[in-house]
Design a protein around this ligand. Structure first.
Ligand code: HAM
Length: 421
């Protein structure tokens, strides 16, 4: 499309969203295929939830003091007067679905995965979009830290298949309801002493949820937060043991990690384990994926006391550093001369497609030379030549574009040749 024919601003894609065009979409498809294959090897099953949900689901789940809920939600009132939100993340939706369908009573392992768009009204920049896509996995009913380590290992297995290198695994424990209040009090005290140096948003957080000061991107706040006490010094015995078990299992699985006591993650629901895998090839938005344990969410929703753990991977970010080998598709281009041959060409295309050969027939009448020019331009692997002589004999020409070799044959013979090459 030439510049002056581009859509007017009002009709252009919304800021922070983008089209994924042929040429790029093949990478998305490969990532999605490899993700499915990998997760199913670990006995995960797909669970698809709606794109919008009641706003309360995220207020309660993601957390009323998180940046996602306070600043970034796409919330609207529908025609029935109900407040709905385009999901900013997937975890609360899975918890809701389990409760709604009582999947916890089925006895099957509760291991779910999903891929799809999420929506956050944040300032768009490289690696940060308003409609972005996540691959999300969640496990329920497994208290043991071994499962946290297993999903981190699974994330690495997928990243390896995607040719992602230069990653680092950060882990932490954010404690539980028993030990976090004491840490919260220590943070509040530390923040209180340096309140004037904090941004207005963090001054508010110092009151509501001081843990969220760690999420602030303002340089001054980051410096202040670096001097705050470490949560590792406040963990109760159970959380300390759990964390030790996580690290021990990561060692068993030979996953190198770095403990980052500031890794509290931006969502309110985490308990015990938190982790991120970051890329050294990316700038500010370097988290390829993040996750952790959320043992209280289902109970807090009024459901059964079933713990959860999981992670979400940002597809755009992973693709920006992935090296996925893609094979060029092999296309058979149908070249015909005249109306009768066009009909025969269509029937032949149908035959080859039914037998698994990708075929292209275009309906703009061309001469043979123009057909070959077109096939060349499209980088077709073969050209099928359908003219009057060929139709009369029931034998068609097949030219391999790379070698220039041409053979004649009935359609079955040509199919056998195509299958061999
Ligand atoms: P999150 O850290 O908010 O966690 O997002 C997970 C990943 O999604 C990030 O590491 C990043 O790769 C990608 N991401 C997030 N926001 C954007 C954005 N605006 N543009 C592009 N990519 C983005 C969660 O969403 C949790 N639900 C993860 C989880 C699952 N925890 C437990 N289970």
């Amino acid at each position: 499309m030439t510049e002056d024919l581009a859509p007017k601003k009002e009709l252009a894609a919304v800021k922070g969203t983008k089209d994924i065009l042929p040429g790029e979409v093949e990478k998305w498809q490969a990532l999605e295929r490899l993700a499915r294959e990998t997760f199913e090897l670990y006995h995960f099953r797909e669970l698809r939830a709606p794109v919008f949900e009641p706003t309360e689901l995220f207020e309660k789940g993601t957390g009323a003091t998180s940046d996602v809920v306070t600043k970034e939600m796409y919330t609207f009132i529908d025609k029935g007067g109900r407040s709905l939100t385009l999901r900013p993340e997937y975890t609360p939706s899975v918890v809701r679905a389990i409760m709604e369908h009582r999947l916890d009573l089925e006895g099957a392992p509760m291991r779910y995965y999903y891929m799809g768009p999420m929506f956050r009204y944040d300032k768009p920049q490289k690696g940060r979009y308003r409609q972005f896509h996540q691959v999300d996995i969640e496990v329920f009913g497994e208290k043991d830290a071994a499962v946290d380590a297993e999903i981190i290992e699974m994330a690495h297995a997928l990243l390896r298949k995607l040719g992602v290198t230069g990653t680092e695994t950060l882990v932490n424990s954010v404690g539980c309801r028993a030990c976090r209040p004491a840490y919260g009090a220590a943070l509040r005290e530390a923040a209180g002493k340096r309140l004037a140096e904090l941004c207005p948003d963090c001054q508010r957080k110092a009151e509501t949820n001081p843990l969220r000061i760690f999420d602030c991107k303002v340089e001054g706040c980051r410096e202040v937060a670096a001097s705050f006490p470490s949560i590792q010094d406040f963990l109760c015995e159970e959380c300390r043991d759990h964390f030790a078990r996580l690290l021990a299992t990561l060692d068993v699985l030979e996953i190198p990690y770095r403990i980052d006591p500031r890794l509290v993650r931006g969502l309110d629901y985490y308990t015990k384990t938190t982790f991120e895998i970051v890329s050294s090839h990316l700038g500010a938005q370097n988290a390829l994926l993040g996750g952790g344990r959320y043992d209280d969410m289902m109970k807090d929703f009024g459901g059964p006391d079933v713990c959860g753990t999981g992670f979400a991977m940002g597809i755009e970010r992973v693709l920006s550093v992935a090296e996925i080998p893609l094979a060029d598709p092999k296309v058979l281009y149908v070249a015909y001369l005249g109306d009768e041959a066009k009909k025969a060409g269509l029937t032949l295309a149908r035959f080859f497609r039914a037998n698994g050969v990708e075929c292209l027939i275009e309906f703009k009448d061309r001469g043979m030379k123009a057909h070959f020019g077109r096939a060349n331009k499209l980088r077709a692997s073969w050209v099928l030549i359908v003219g009057e002589d060929e139709m009369a004999k029931g034998r068609f020409g097949l030219k391999a574009m790379a070698t220039g070799r041409q053979v004649d044959g009935a359609r079955e013979e040509l199919l056998a040749l195509l299958r061999e090459s």
